[in-house]
Design a protein around this ligand. Structure first.
Ligand code: ZN
Length: 92
């Protein structure tokens, strides 16, 4: 008896494949399994749609150049230093 891959693998696996698919094309088997899962699962279909929309909306910010003279304000540096000092003394 041959084992037929189930399209009903869980939603956690499906959403992971949705994210992997956004980064690179999936191999045939997981692509077909994901297609079947998305066909049957409205929650993952919604997740896939929202994930694509978020990626599209965030793309300009991710591709924006960071100014070379960008610096952390002095007050923020001081707060971070206090946190580092407090954390360091707790471990030491
Ligand atoms: Zn699902």
């Amino acid at each position: 008896m041959s084992r037929i891959p189930s399209p009903l693998f869980n939603c956690q696996q499906a959403t992971l494949l949705v994210e992997r698919r956004a980064a690179a094309p999936l191999p045939v088997r997981p692509r077909v399994q994901l297609w079947a899962h998305l066909h049957l699962c409205p929650h993952c279909r919604r997740y896939a749609l929202q994930s694509a929309r978020l990626a599209h909306a965030a793309r300009p910010a991710a591709e924006a150049a960071v100014p070379a003279n960008l610096a952390l304000p002095a007050a923020a540096r001081a707060r971070m230093q206090q946190l580092f000092d407090a954390h360091g003394s707790a471990q030491g």
